[in-house]
Design a binder for this molecule. Structure first.
Ligand SMILES: [Zn+2]
Length: 103
């Protein structure tokens, strides 16, 4: 792995964890052990950007997906059957989930 990518894998935020998707009553991919979060300090999450009272963005006009994860990393995960949370409308760029049936 190129040295420039190492910082994205330092202090990974975790794999298996029994919990719901934040703000929902649906189980997260982490509850099934099929998801991994890479370095939270290099990641962007939609809920952290613009907070409204109901957890929705306060200003939809200003809502823009953000990302600092290099696409080379995304590409490697996708080649191995992982979907990437950075492509979701409710983006979560640290999140990779093993869902080969979706690719
Ligand atoms: Zn995650």
């Amino acid at each position: 792995m190129p040295k420039a990518f190492h910082r994205f894998f330092d202090n990974p935020a975790g794999g298996f964890f029994w919990r719901n998707i934040a703000g929902t009553n649906r189980l997260s991919g982490h509850a099934f052990g099929i998801a991994i979060d890479i370095n939270v300090n290099q990641s962007d999450y939609w809920r952290n950007e613009l907070h409204g009272a109901a957890g929705e963005p306060a200003n939809w006009r200003a809502y823009r997906p953000r990302n600092r994860i290099p696409f080379e990393i995304v590409d490697i995960f996708e080649r191995h059957g992982f979907i990437w949370g950075g492509k979701w409308y409710h983006y979560d760029t640290m999140h990779f989930e093993y869902r080969p049936e979706l690719l």
